[in-house]
Design a protein around this ligand. Structure first.
Ligand SMILES: [Zn+2]
Length: 359
């Protein structure tokens, strides 16, 4: 099934001139300013707050290349997943990947840690398709979209020693089934006690809805659930995790590369218009803007979700929804501009942005 078309535009605007220069008489042409050095990239941070105000923390190992997300303790009462993932992270720090950035979220649901499967009154691993997900899930979704992860793994305990893969919400084989099988072969080959593999829909003998796994996969990441053992199993999983980190971002996810459900695709001309529009906004606000396109009609009832984030915003993407990709982008940009309290009158193409404001 066709579902997804992400396109990322990254625009770097290095404008260091002050506005007053515009009114000065013509000066000799200066060589362009040297680009600013890359800001220091922290190796840990916070992507939000839980309902009870606890920090939602991430850690990173590796500082270049595709991004992989590993989460644990979405079910607070599975503390061994946090322990195993943290031990994995410590080991990985001594042996960091050359061309991967591995982001680790050891506790997705701190408010229920270590006592309860439910948090905020729901099973957080059946809440991902909700119109308004609970606070810690919404924060993790925003973090995922912001970071544009290409692979993701959700760690659990309770079904000792297995890998689960899409789909959870239907009995069909996912379009990447063969690629998953090949990866599992390579992962198992590293294990003293190989893990079993199953589709998540087979776990309970019927499909399950609203899982972290399906959401990541629907958003373009090769995704797995790892059912860890409730004992120190780090030596048994370490190399298998490394195979996942290495291979999963390279798999051409068929979800990721396919066209949208509506059949709408971006033509080169569309992309140019959008690039110009984003470019103008970025230039005007002297910032750097990343744009992510997601086709997800089931979630919003509209064909496109565009999230944008800018250099000056910390893990707070701005979203726009519409039935065309371009309108969704304009809606997102308009929100962002309002957020920045900037005037839209100076922007071009003016008619498009004004239309977006009216929408
Ligand atoms: Zn669990």
């Amino acid at each position: 099934m066709k579902r997804f078309l992400p396109l990322t535009l990254v625009l770097l605007i290095g404008c260091h001139e002050h506005r007053c220069k515009q009114s000065e008489p013509a000066a000799p042409v200066k060589p362009p300013a040297k680009p600013a050095p890359e800001p220091y990239e922290p190796d840990q941070g916070v992507y939000g707050k839980s309902t009870r105000g606890q920090d939602l923390k991430w850690y990173r190992v590796g500082n270049a290349g595709p991004k992989v997300l590993i989460t644990a303790c979405i079910h607070g009462n599975e503390p061994y997943s946090e322990k195993t993932v943290s031990a994995f992270m410590e080991k990985l720090r001594k042996d960091p990947p050359k061309n991967r950035r591995v982001y680790i979220v050891p506790i997705v649901s701190p408010d229920s840690y270590p006592n309860s499967r439910e948090v905020d009154g729901v099973d957080p691993n059946r809440n991902w398709d909700a119109a308004q997900p609970i606070t810690p899930i919404k924060a993790l979704q925003d973090f995922f979209l912001k970071m544009n992860f290409q692979a993701a793994m959700s760690c659990h305990t309770g079904a000792g020693g297995g890998w689960f893969y899409p789909y959870g919400n239907k009995n069909d084989l996912c379009p990447d089934d063969a690629a998953y099988q090949q990866m599992f072969k390579d992962m198992s080959a590293t294990q003293q006690q190989p893990y079993y593999t199953k589709r998540a829909c087979e776990m309970y003998g019927h499909p399950i809805h609203g899982s972290e796994l399906d959401w990541y996969y629907a958003h373009g990441a090769i995704a797995l659930v790892t059912e860890l053992k409730t004992k120190n199993d780090v030596d048994n999983i370490y190399d298998a995790f490394k195979v996942f980190i290495d291979q999963a971002p390279q798999l051409k996810s068929k979800q990721r590369s396919s066209e949208s459900l509506t059949g709408e695709t971006l033509t080169p001309e569309d992309s140019m218009i959008q690039t110009d529009t984003v470019n103008n906004v970025a230039k005007e606000l002297k910032t750097q803007i990343h744009v992510h396109y997601t086709a997800e009609p089931e979630t919003t009832g509209q064909s496109w979700c565009v999230s944008i984030d800018a250099k000056d915003q910390n893990y707070n993407p701005v979203f726009g929804h519409a039935n065309t990709a371009e309108q969704a982008l304009l809606n997102a940009l308009t929100r962002y501009i309002k957020h920045q309290k900037a005037t839209i009158d100076n922007l071009t193409p003016k008619n498009q942005v004004k239309e977006a404001v009216a929408a």
